[in-house]
Design a protein around this ligand. Structure first.
Ligand SMILES: [Fe+2]
Length: 251
């Protein structure tokens, strides 16, 4: 069932701070979009999606230990929090979504479905000012993984990384399903900007066209991809034993 979430309320338009401007990707973006990655060089990415006209924001995959920073950014930009949205059940970090909503209002959204106010599913559409965000279910890294499509870009979470893909050996992960989701994302137009949930080489974004041609896992093809991703991993995320209980606790 498609979900339409309307956001109203216009506040005075403000010029953006230099810090936000530097991270805004204006190439084909909607004029109403304010977009930024907020973790400043960390491997783990958290994104601000906001409507300049409505002055309302969605924070995607916020980290618990960065909540104070996000609140400062929202305050600086005179943005109110609509949703704190997790793209999947994170095993590597503690989600800050619930703390943000407790401090600022708004709702938690996305995944896991039993732990958020507003579970999101395939085909849902979030409306934020003049912006529309389409939700794709892209399981594989986890069963509840979502991707967010917005105008000229996709937030691909841990399904599609820059030059790589998310691991599939963690709880609810599935390699063959990951391939299907990856293939679906690769069906987007070449110039679609890709903003992943992680990057380990200080890269900020890629494009679907580049990833389709160069992603070292996608270019393996299905059978070799499944074989490679099925190799046992020597390590697990350092915080997994704290992160999973924290991120899946019921409302
Ligand atoms: Fe993940």
């Amino acid at each position: 069932m498609a979900l339409a979430l309307s956001v109203g309320a216009a506040l005075d338009a403000l010029s953006l701070s230099l810090a936000i401007r530097l991270r805004y990707q204006p190439r084909m973006a909607h004029a109403d979009l304010l977009f930024a990655e907020l973790n400043e060089g960390l491997d783990c990415k958290s994104y601000l999606i906001a409507s300049q006209s409505a002055r309302e924001a969605i924070l995607v995959d916020p980290l618990e230990d960065k909540v104070d920073r996000y609140i400062q950014v929202l305050s600086d930009q005179r943005l109110s929090l609509l949703l704190a949205l997790d793209t999947h059940t994170h095993a590597d970090h503690l989600s800050g979504s619930r703390t943000l909503v407790e401090r600022l209002g708004g709702k938690t959204a996305g995944s896991p479905s039993g732990s958020v106010h507003l579970p999101l599913h395939e085909g849902d559409v979030l409306t934020l000012g003049q912006l529309s965000i389409r939700v794709w279910s892209t399981p594989g890294h986890t069963a509840d993984s979502l991707s967010l499509l917005l105008d000229d870009r996709v937030l691909s979470a841990d399904t599609l990384l820059i030059g790589a893909t998310g691991r599939t050996d963690l709880p609810t992960g599935d390699t063959a399903t990951e391939w299907e989701s990856l293939t679906r994302l690769m069906s987007l137009p070449d110039d679609t900007l890709v903003f992943p949930g992680h990057d380990y080489a200080q890269k900020t974004h890629s494009t679907i066209g580049y990833e389709r041609a160069n992603n070292k896992r996608y270019t393996l093809g299905r059978e070799a991809f499944i074989a490679a991703m099925s190799e046992p991993r020597k390590t697990k995320p350092a915080l997994i034993d704290r992160a999973l209980p924290h991120n899946t606790r019921p409302l």
